[in-house]
Design a protein around this ligand. Structure first.
Ligand code: NAD
Ligand code: GLY
Length: 354
């Protein structure tokens, strides 16, 4: 097992290993006194791992109540948030109780936001069961739900007490979900770790995920330590996300977050190359890596619809929008453009995609 400390205002550990779900109760009992734990999971994950986690929590002295939601991005709504909060209130839970978020980023984002606002803040722990949640959404304290107008528009920075990542849980992940998580891993490679990028491109999905998760979490912990609330370098973690979120949204969430990010990484690299801001040839390497990870390289949307969708992005400030651009593999920077230039960037990103 590997432990990585996330040194935020309220520091915590991310433990990465195998078989951790069966030992979750003991790990959690070390960071939180016994209380009522609300075990939040979507129906799929509850069916696969709910009982296992419930038993270990009970064995460690927690009383457990289950809260289950339908799987998928459609669950990250204000309506579901209110439903969760009413559930907590209905069970007379207090600030000293605990939320245990078991599942992917949808569960973690919703449950984490519930924890942030219920009685002005209660503790929660993250038990990520998707690769994407393990390397990104469970670490760093961003919690949110979506609005019809855009993704993650309502949320809070609220750090968990502990993150336990059991890489054995990836065994049951559908292949497409593993690929989607790999897109976020590729992002960390592009941001600062060419060795990681090359390894993913070489080994594809047949790799040692515990190793990869540890490298990604260490990279994220480093960035979050210096910029917990995204005023500076944390913005780099949005590489591929401005176009990625737009693609995800246009698909009505039939495309996964990671699939949108994959296309977003490719489009922004091509656009930066064509603008002369990125070393030539990088987009070719991104295409090879995406193919090795069974990720899409073709965007089904046109410039006009993508521009419209991207204009609702949180990274827009007035008439400026901050793009994250690759300069070279492992070297990225923030580049602000006028909103009026956005469609040109998108057009350059889309042109001649293979
Ligand atoms: P998800 O939570 O919807 O999980 C994907 C699917 O996998 C679901 O159908 C789920 O039921 C299933 N699943 C989960 N674990 C499983 C397992 N072990 N075996 C079998 N099936 C399993 O999606 P996701 O890709 O994990 O997360 C995407 C969400 O994360 C998006 O809403 C995105 O905005 C958010 N996100 C948040 C952050 C952050 O910093 N908070 C970062 C990145 C992404
Ligand atoms: N997923 C981007 C961040 O946590 O900042």
């Amino acid at each position: 097992m590997k432990t990585i400390r996330v040194e935020t205002q309220r520091p915590y550990s991310v433990k990465i290993g195998r078989g951790l779900l069966c030992a979750a109760g003991d790990h959690i009992a070390k960071v939180h006194p016994s209380c009522t734990a609300t075990l939040v999971a979507d129906q799929t994950v509850a069916g696969l791992y709910g009982q296992r986690v419930r038993h270990t929590l009970e064995a460690a002295g927690f009383r457990v109540v289950d809260y289950t939601l339908p799987p998928g991005e459609g669950s990250k709504t204000m309506e579901n948030l209110e439903h969760l909060l009413s559930f907590l209130a209905g069970h007379r839970l207090g600030r000293g109780d605990l939320i245990v978020a078991l599942g992917g980023g949808v569960t973690g984002d919703l449950a984490g936001f519930g924890a942030a606002v219920y009685q002005r803040g209660m503790s929660y722990v993250q038990l990520p069961t998707t690769l994407l949640a393990a390397v990104d959404s469970s670490v760093g304290g961003k919690t949110a739900v979506n609005l019809p107008e855009g993704k993650n528009l309502v949320g809070a920075f609220w750090q968990p007490k502990l993150v336990l990542c059991d890489c054995d849980s990836f065994v049951s992940l559908p292949a497409a979900e593993l690929s989607a998580g790999a897109a976020e891993c590729l992002k960390y490679g592009m941001l600062g770790d060419p060795v990681l990028f090359d390894r993913l491109a070489r080994e594809g999905l047949n790799t040692d995920w515990a190793d990869i998760v540890a490298a990604c979490v260490a990279a994220k912990a480093d960035i979050v330590r210096t910029d917990e609330r995204e005023a500076g370098p944390r913005r780099l973690l949005n590489l591929g996300h401005t176009f990625g979120h737009a693609i995800e949204q246009l698909s009505g969430f039939s495309l996964r977050h990671g699939e949108g990010v994959a296309l977003g990484l490719l489009m922004i690299t091509r656009a930066a190359e064509r603008k002369g801001l990125c070393e030539p040839g990088l987009s070719g390497r991104v295409i090879e890596a995406l193919r090795a990870l069974n990720l899409p390289t073709r965007c089904p949307y046109d410039t006009v619809s993508l521009t419209k969708a991207a204009l609702g992005d949180k990274k827009r400030q007035g008439d400026q929008i901050a793009l994250v651009l690759p300069r070279a593999l492992g070297d990225c920077f923030i580049h602000s453009i006028a909103v009026s230039e956005l469609s040109e960037w998108i057009k350059l990103g889309l042109e001649d995609l293979p």
